[in-house]
Design a protein around this ligand. Structure first.
Ligand SMILES: Cc1ncc(COP(=O)(O)O)c(C=O)c1O
Length: 396
């Protein structure tokens, strides 16, 4: 009789499957364990892994014995020093069935990211980015942010012992400035959106060379953290991906990350080729990706005069636009630009009927579900997962 270990193969502890960096535009490669920002083509790098279907089953079995944080997917994460990592308990957020908000005949789930450290899904990406920045020798870290990314960067930098600087639009809620200072960071602010805020960093640190700039998709590791949302929802749904994923979009790391996650799971033989349709949600006052998708473009023109009080979605231009648009087309997805005047009603309805407090970004995604339903997008029996990305308390 086979012994227990033969019957239930596990991945040997300490294996790291990350192999190298690959340019998302040209396919040019670079070594993994050296500092990396954009590729020579000016495009995001993506981490490539050594994967084959022979590894999948042992990986899946190993998960049973691991704690529920995003680090349970350790072989599919790029850190070199796993045991020495900075870990604030990120990931492992609940999937909550919305029975009362769900359109008739549709199975609707909310992936509620608000329980992450610092109250938003930004913790996932910045946890990985800060761990890698520390491993690769960054003297300090910085970024421009609509708010939640600044909270996450400053918290993880504090835990990693790295100096941090953040720049935010001056109309960002004041409590976010204070919390970033509590984490020991230098805080800058000025008029405009995060595009203008990024310009505040340049004169202090030209080219972001002294402090490493960890902006969305301008370094390879935030995507690696965000992709764990895709692993989690696959595992939470017993490796049966949903039919739709509805996601409030700013810079788009989550979409790029989940698309990558599903490809990695397929290469491990844990899922088949079928993909959920990705729906990206922006507000009518700032919808560059939705507009580009509808115009059939491969990249998005910057949105002139962005007007929205849904802070996380006020992103007029995104360096990963072509990757998001590619993911929408490859999955038969689409974009929805919602009218933000409806969002307060959605927030109130969800509180009164589902017992949940959602942030404005999550409310935008829920409003998009109503629009998709009204447009007849769903078929009976379909399963839909909506992302509620941040704690509304961050905006108070
Ligand atoms: C709560 C929340 N949701 C969604 C987004 C958009 O995320 P991304 O820029 O990764 O697309 C942000 C970005 O700031 C956010 O804070």
């Amino acid at each position: 009789m086979a012994d227990k270990d033969e019957r239930t193969p596990q991945v040997p502890s300490g294996e790291r499957w990350a192999r190298r960096l690959v340019c998302s535009r040209t396919g040019v490669t670079a070594p993994l364990d050296e500092p990396a920002f954009l590729s020579p083509a000016g495009a995001p790098w993506l981490v490539e892994y050594d994967l084959d279907p022979g590894k999948g089953e042992a990986f899946r079995r190993s998960l049973a014995n691991r704690p529920w944080t995003l680090w349970r997917y350790r072989e599919l994460l790029p850190v070199a020093d796993f045991d020495g990592r900075v870990d604030l308990g990120e990931g492992a957020t609940p999937m909550i069935r919305l029975r009362r908000f769900a359109p008739e005949g549709i199975e609707l789930w909310l992936k509620d990211e608000s329980g992450n450290p610092t109250g938003s899904f930004k913790a996932r990406g910045l946890s990985l980015a800060i761990n890698r920045a520390r491993e690769l020798g960054a003297p300090g870290v910085q970024l421009a942010s609509a708010g939640n990314a600044a909270l996450a960067l400053t918290a993880y930098a504090a835990a990693a012992g790295l100096p941090a600087r953040v720049a935010m639009p001056e109309d960002t809620p004041r409590t976010i400035f204070q919390r970033c200072r509590d984490y020991g960071a230098e805080v800058l602010s000025g008029p405009g959106t995060l595009v203008e805020a990024a310009k505040l960093l340049e004169p202090i640190d030209p080219g972001g060379e002294r402090y490493w700039t960890l902006s969305t998709l301008r370094e390879p590791y935030r995507v690696e953290g965000k992709k764990t949302m895709g692993f989690e929802l696959a595992e939470q749904l017993d490796w049966e991906l949903p039919d739709w994923i509805v996601y409030p979009l700013g810079g788009g790391t989550g979409i790029v990350g989940m698309h990558k996650a599903f490809d990695e799971l397929e290469r491990l033989g844990l899922i088949g080729p079928r993909r959920p349709r990705f729906v990206v949600v922006q507000t009518a006052g700032c919808a560059p990706i939705v507009r580009a998708f509808e115009q059939g473009k491969e990249a998005a023109d910057p949105w002139e005069d962005p007007r929205t009080r849904v802070w996380g979605l006020r992103v007029p231009r995104a360096i990963g636009d072509f990757l998001v648009l590619r993911a929408l087309r490859e999955t038969g997805g689409r974009g929805v630009a919602v009218d933000e005047d409806r969002l307060a009603k959605v927030v109130d309805w969800i509180a009164a009927h589902e017992g949940l407090r959602v942030g404005p970004e999550g409310a935008a995604a829920l409003a998009a579900v109503e629009e998709l339903e009204a447009a007849g997008a769903f078929s009976p029996g379909e399963r839909v997962v909506v992302f509620q990305t941040g704690d509304p308390a961050n905006y108070v």
